[in-house]
Design a protein around this ligand. Structure first.
Ligand code: GLV
Length: 329
């Protein structure tokens, strides 16, 4: 019996390709070319499954052109690259890669927060540029993490991980805002208090964004919200580009309307708003919050598990669409 044909849309661990090749006829992209949409469609012709990384847009136009496609398995917890309505309309299953990256991503959120509040990148650039000639009492003074108020917008698993690090590790007062309030036991575990968004922005010393990207969360933080924040506050975005209005943020940083920002994700990435590149009080990283070797391996394994389970008739492990049976498609 011939194996189902799948496409791995970006470069990935050799072991993942070997494992998938035991089950599928695999075409992979180990040269890691970023294919324009037309080429992705071309590559997907005749494929029943695709392993995506979160960068490849799966929409109605692509699905119309690739009628054999049954499942798109994202190696990412976020899946805003999927047009879920179009996938449901085409009977295509989508899966993501949750849980395996929670702690790693929460670690990174905290690292970015600390680098931002304590001006680590900015001071390193200064040193590397040979500008450090003497110690000074006010050199790169930042703001404290310990004992400060941490405001988390988006209290899913990663938000909860950051809350626990802040409350238990650094004695922070944690406030959060989320679409729905956590149950009392989880709030107690995270030592977190639910507040409205405006109250959070006004009171937090550090604001961390971990909300999924949807049309409703577009520009959760724009000029109006930045104006509510303390002038000493820091803002960290490890969620998705588009959650923050990057142009408004660059202006606020330039005018010192907030103290600093740490950004791992950007509107229109990998492009970065040029104004963000010119302000010193921002730490910029290239979407690496889940990037540790064990976690990236676990994410790839989970995406592969989803493809294998789906075509094995067991149903995907971590679906984000209503599960479509193979027979129905
Ligand atoms: C990374 O951004 C992810 O969604 O996994």
């Amino acid at each position: 019996m011939s194996k189902p044909k799948i496409l791995i849309a970006r470069a990935i661990f050799g072991e993942t390709i070997e494992r998938l090749s035991q089950h599928f006829d695999v075409e992979s992209n180990q040269t890691d070319d970023v294919w324009p949409k037309a080429l992705l469609i071309e590559k997907l012709k005749g494929k029943e499954g695709v392993f995506t990384t979160g960068s490849e847009r799966i929409d109605g136009e692509l699905l119309d052109a690739c009628p054999e496609l049954k499942i798109c398995a994202n190696m990412a917890v976020g899946y805003n690259n999927f047009d879920i309505d179009a996938m449901v309309a085409h009977g295509v299953t989508g899966t993501n890669a949750p849980d395996v990256l929670t702690e790693t991503t929460a670690d990174f959120g905290f690292a970015l927060l600390m680098a931002t509040a304590r001006r680590i990148s900015e001071s390193e650039h200064y040193l590397r540029a040979g500008k450090w000639t003497k110690w000074a009492y006010d050199m790169f003074s930042g703001s404290d993490i310990h004992g400060a108020t941490l405001g988390i917008i988006g209290m899913g698993r990663i938000g909860q991980g950051i809350a626990k690090r802040g409350a238990h590790g650094f004695g922070m007062k944690v406030i959060y805002h989320n679409r729905s309030r956590l149950d009392a036991a989880l709030e107690a575990e995270c030592k977190a208090t639910y507040v409205g968004k405006e109250e959070l922005l006004r009171n937090a010393d550090h604001v961390v964004l971990v909300v999924p990207y949807t049309p409703a969360s577009h520009h959760t933080i724009g000029a109006v919200e930045l104006a509510l924040m303390k002038p000493t506050a820091t803002l960290v975005n490890i969620a998705r580009g588009g959650i923050v209005d990057d142009a408004a943020l660059a202006a606020a940083l330039r005018d010192k309307r907030i103290a600093a920002a740490g950004l791992d994700v950007f509107e229109g990435e990998p492009k970065v708003h040029p104004d963000l590149l010119t302000v010193p009080n921002v730490v910029l990283t290239p979407h690496i919050a889940s990037a540790t070797v064990p976690t990236r391996r676990a994410m790839a394994e989970l995406a592969a598990d989803n493809l294998i389970a789906f075509f094995g008739g067991k149903g995907p492990v971590t679906p984000v669409t209503p599960v479509t049976s193979l027979a129905k498609k």
